[in-house]
Design a protein around this ligand. Structure first.
Ligand code: 4AD
Ligand code: MG
Length: 478
């Protein structure tokens, strides 16, 4: 509103003696005198002091938790504890009433589960608004990181006719009438009558389009929503999540690892430096949450110490084959504590294995490379051994896989052969193969799951609490 100042600015400036207009939502109102006001610009509230003798009784009654108000007053040094400045209110108006008997957010601690049910209101809580501010800072830091290194931001399409991961976990997009789907003579759906003349879906990854751009502009990245129709009801999976996918021409796997490690450290550092209040609050929140847990289930380090540790230490780099050896000989494997025992080379690593490597064995972030080709995507560069591909997964404590990437198979004949083996329809992907026909070159890239990053930085254990409106199996409310 014209002439008003955000609470963040007022508290940062501490310009006592100056008059301010503030707007916000009432958190609490004590003694008919002290309003704790929030406008979401910061975790901190501004204390407004109302002259209860001089204020109309009807107006005082309307100052309730959740009400939107506007006030004018002078900033003074606070008499009370808990804040250094407060606003002596000269005039106040209620812009939007909030019936305290019906408002779902009472001034008390609510469970995260309850807040998910009222996700339309949870922006008004300290926890969720802190997470949203950190999320913003991380998104900004990602653009800053790439911009400063000469990368161009490419907008990959959301509706596509290809399956970038070849895993078939796609949401279909169609305008065909579901109650009367047009069929061809052989009984299959006649997509010629559909909006796009073909079968389409929501993108699972912008990688293939990013590759097209990288093989012309050298350094590019995407940052957009991606969709997976996988039926995983876990604390780390969403059906709609945001992914950052850099793709770089003339990069090999090691360049790719260096870029990913530098990026993670730099954006986490940016959040630490720019979100100090919010992270201090979230650190304390985590301590409170973990009080109910037995010691061995608690985080080994406080939140900020954990972030500093990641920024300051080199990630451990090893191959899948080396990791399998470690896991085979590990205590939990020998004592049959893993739900999925590790006996043969070639198995896909489960989250329990990833977490063992990161949290118990190395106690730091880990980059695993050179996975068996059978458990990775068709586009990954094949190694000379005929068994492995130049994949890289970055595993983080408490999260597991946060980044997945690879060097790409740039050799046309090898790529075509692999696509055929894996049943990827090459004739539909001529546009992709053209990059290998004309001026192909070594290149590499990776995908960072944005919500997993936000989870790591905020210390939230459930991915549903780091995105405004989570989409998971059975849930697309709001
Ligand atoms: O490992 P993924 O499937 O890799 C790709 O999509 C590649 N095209 C990336 C690339 O090389 N350009 O996904 C990348 C990351 C994962 O490491 C994980 O952090 C996140 O995306 N991710 C998910 N996050 C939330 N919910 C899900 N269902 C996710 N699936 C993957
Ligand atoms: Mg992956």
């Amino acid at each position: 509103m014209k002439g008003s100042t955000s609470i963040r600015e007022i508290l940062a400036g501490e310009e006592t003696g100056k008059r301010f207009v503030v707007n916000g939502w009432v958190r609490t109102f004590r003694n008919n005198q002290f309003i704790a006001l929030s406008d979401g610009s910061t975790i901190r509230h501004l204390q407004l002091v109302v002259d209860r003798e001089q204020t109309d009784e009807q107006l005082l009654k309307r100052i309730t938790t959740g009400a939107a108000i506007s006030a004018i007053g002078t900033l003074v040094e606070s008499q009370g504890k808990g804040q250094s400045v407060e606003l002596n209110v000269e005039a106040l108006s209620v812009l939007g009433d909030s019936d305290p008997d019906k408002y779902p957010l009472q001034p008390k601690r609510h469970s995260l589960e309850f807040l998910r049910e009222i996700a339309h209101l949870r922006f008004r809580t300290n926890t969720f608004s802190a997470i949203m501010r950190v999320r913003h800072a991380l998104a900004f830091a990602i653009h800053k990181f790439f911009h400063e290194r000469g990368f161009y931001y490419i907008h990959s399409p959301i509706i596509t006719s290809s399956d970038a991961e070849g895993a078939g976990e796609m949401f279909q997009v169609t305008t065909l009438p579901l109650e009367n789907v047009p069929k061809k003579e052989d009984g299959s759906v006649d997509f010629k009558q559909d909006f796009f003349d073909r079968s389409t879906n929501l993108t699972v990854s912008g990688q293939l389009e990013a590759e097209l751009a990288a093989l012309a502009m050298t350094k590019v990245y995407t940052f957009g929503p991606t969709f997976r129709a996988e039926n995983s009801n876990t604390s780390r999976h969403l059906a709609e999540f945001w992914m950052i996918e850099p793709e770089v021409a003339f990069f090999d796997l090691e360049d790719n690892m260096d870029l990913a490690e530098d990026m993670l450290k730099e954006i986490i550092r940016f959040a630490v430096e720019n979100c100090a209040d919010d992270l201090a609050f979230l650190e304390q929140r985590l301590v409170n949450e973990e009080k109910q847990k037995p010691q061995h289930e608690r985080s080994p380090m406080p939140l900020l110490e954990k972030l500093a540790f990641v920024i300051e230490n080199d990630f451990e780099r090893l191959t899948y084959t080396q990791a399998i050896e470690i896991l085979k000989n590990s205590k939990p494997n020998k004592k049959k504590k893993f739900s999925f025992p590790v006996d043969d080379w070639g198995i896909d690593l489960q989250s329990e294995h990833e977490r063992y490597l990161v949290e118990k064995h190395f106690k730091k972030p880990v980059i695993l490379t050179d996975y068996p080709k059978e458990i990775k995507s068709f586009y990954m560069r094949q190694n000379e051994d005929g068994k492995t591909v130049q994949a890289m997964d970055i595993l983080f404590p408490g999260i597991g896989e946060i980044v997945g990437g690879s060097a790409r198979e740039e050799r046309l004949a090898l790529l075509e052969k692999r696509m055929e083996e894996m049943g990827i329809p090459a004739h539909e992907m001529n546009w992709f193969l053209d990059t290998r026909r004309f001026g192909t070159c070594p290149h590499a890239g990776y995908g960072l799951g944005f919500e997993r990053l936000v989870q790591f930085v905020t210390g939230m254990s459930n991915i549903r609490d780091v995105i405004p409106f989570p989409r998971t199996p059975g849930n697309a409310a709001f």
